[in-house]
Design a protein around this ligand. Sequence first.
Ligand SMILES: Cc1cc2nc3c(=O)[nH]c(=O)nc-3n(C[C@H](O)[C@H](O)[C@H](O)COP(=O)(O)OP(=O)(O)OC[C@H]3O[C@@H](n4cnc5c(N)ncnc54)[C@H](O)[C@@H]3O)c2cc1C
Ligand code: SF4
Length: 277
Amino acid sequence: MELLRPESAKAAVAALGNGSVALAGGTEVVPLLRDGLLRAETLVDIRGVVPRGIDGTRIGAGTTLAELEVDAQVPDALREACRLAASPQLRSMGTIGGNLRQATRCWYWRLDFPCYLHGGDRCHAREGEHREHAIFGNERCASAHPSDIAAALLALGARVRTDRRELDVNDLYRLPTDDDRDVVALAPDELILELDVPVPDASVYLKAMDRRKWAFPLVGVAAARAGGRVRFGLAGVAPIPWLLTSTDELDAATPLPGTEYKLRIARALVRRAFAAL
Ligand SMILES: Cc1cc2nc3c(=O)[nH]c(=O)nc-3n(C[C@H](O)[C@H](O)[C@H](O)COP(=O)(O)OP(=O)(O)OC[C@H]3O[C@@H](n4cnc5c(N)ncnc54)[C@H](O)[C@@H]3O)c2cc1C
Ligand code: SF4
């Protein structure tokens, strides 16, 4: 395998695609390569070329979760989402850009079952073990998006700047379809460079986990109030980070037999987050 260290973001983009994969902190890329779930002839180390650091509402995609969790410029919901993610070692390596592109933790997917998300025609989790799976958007793939950070960014109404366009963080994700099983709406050679995270009047992130530390969200609820409006971003409830613009939208959930408990947790956390705001 070849490792490239390009001199600019433009050179990195030119080197991506066609069997090349971007490498930031490597906390996701390395395990996926090890497990044969990601194949790459070339790794393009983007750490020297993707912006890193926080300047008011702008956050470089190369900023680590550890840097975000302690910076007072960062809204509470995002700081708390970073603080509650993974372990200190992972947060000191893992970047916010890499976090937004992380793959599902569905055990069937990670064990390389030929499931819908891998291009097959069945969801093994729907019929099998699905305690940690979705309660929304789970018709084809019932996986639960693991990013605490994406949920916070959704509630905060963040925008993403890539090497070629700007988009709402909500448009970064889409449910998998028969034509496209990728839940991230980025081209294979597209790099996230920066995020713009508006400062809300108040925000909060609450996370239910199997353990109090180093666990993915069973349900994560971010809430942000800005100009009299409240938005909620949920983690661990759908194949993509899930936006709720009103609490009534919880009534549209479609839990599986093994995930009904998650709807009760989501209702409780949404209520608590709203009260906290
Ligand atoms: C044991 C474990 C526990 C974890 N727990 C949590 C948790 O509780 N909550 C949570 O939210 N996350 C959790 N994570 C995920 C962790 O936060 C991410 O792995 C990390 O943030 C990824 O960042 P990275 O820089 O290491 O990405 P990498 O591993 O370098 O890259 C990840 C993916 O993103 C792509 N990529 C990286 N940077 C960019 C960019 N700028 N533009 C476009 N594509 C890019 C890479 O090509 C790759 O596909 C956990 C991870 C592990 C391994
Ligand atoms: S939940 Fe998604 S990733 Fe998991 S087995 Fe079903 S299709 Fe595959």
